[in-house]
Design a binder for this molecule. Sequence first.
Ligand SMILES: C[S@@+](CC[C@H](N)C(=O)[O-])C[C@H]1O[C@@H](n2cnc3c(N)ncnc32)[C@H](O)[C@@H]1O
Length: 374
Amino acid sequence: MSTVHTLKLISEIKNQVLDPSVGSGHGHSRLLQLVDELKLAVETPTETILRLIYQLPENAALRTVVDLGIFPLLVNTETKSGVSATDLARDTGGDRGLIVRLMRMMTALGLCATLEPEKYIATDKSSSMIHPIGRDGVRCIFDLTVPTLSKLPEYFQRHGYRNPQEYSTSPMKWAVGKSQFEWLAENRLHQDLFNSYMSSRREGRPNWFCIYPIEQLMAGAVVSPDAVFLPPGRLILQDLPKIISSVEREGIEKISYSFLDPQPIKGACAYCFRAIFHDWPDRMCQKILMNTVSAMKPGYSRVIIIDFVLPDTNVPRMQAAMDIQMMSIGAGVERSEQQWRELLLNAGLKIIGIWNVSPNMESIIEAVPVVDTV
Ligand SMILES: C[S@@+](CC[C@H](N)C(=O)[O-])C[C@H]1O[C@@H](n2cnc3c(N)ncnc32)[C@H](O)[C@@H]1O
């Protein structure tokens, strides 16, 4: 550990905490980045490697604690002094000895506190674990990905270390017989968990239309109750039939549609895709985009994409991990700006703007047909 470097990071963290930008997306992510750097600066290389090696038991313990329903018991307890391992064992049916071992892990992960032996107190992180992001996200993502991720090195050994390019032959298809969406469609519980997690994971973060200058769309929009837009006009939600039938939301028209087919809604002001393209390899994305371009009204319609745009260096850890996950479960990709530009251009689209409020959040990409821009 270099004392000078460590002290410099501590001083930068102090400045960043006091900086007015800390409340903004960029300021907050800068602070998180500095804290990560500080941890790496203090850890010996051996400690760093051991921390990484033992991530899987952490996730497996967390997944088990969610199954046992321990977080609601912690959060909803009336007693200020917390819940004992004996009480948790009685209420969950798990062995007291097992509960003690699992809760040791939860405390070490910072998901609860232990002030006296075998007694656990909820923290604000425990509270997040009873909301969909924790309760459903942990179960869904663990079950969806771990069987494939555990076989990923073997997949690459057997497939000559080729970058996965086809959804139909993804590592997940090889490891468990189905890629992401077929697996979800056949696992009703996980499909429900997935939908719940998807709608919760941006909670507390600004919506894309608070970041993108929506007045740009409003300015030129055809104002008519039939025109397909956002307010005013028709707002249409498209997804696969099973998903559409489970959505209950006022003010939205629901249409079952596979984006692998030509887009039936012609001349909409905007075609929005949120967290769609990262699921798919380039060839499939091109198909989806061309199916959309064929419905666009020249000089009027645009495509809005909400997805990560990876920086060329120092990609945040979660985005780098998401890229590996997407690659595994459907040959999907998290893309850099250059990759987005090429992908869109190959489908006849040109990027006219990219907006972002934090490196830890998805960007908003606006694109129009190339012919509109010449
Ligand atoms: C990662 S989720 C994103 C969901 C939502 N857009 C959001 O941001 O929360 C991907 C979505 O693509 C949908 N999807 C998968 N294949 C599709 C297809 N062929 N046509 C239309 N939607 C599809 C899934 O059902 C799922 O809802």
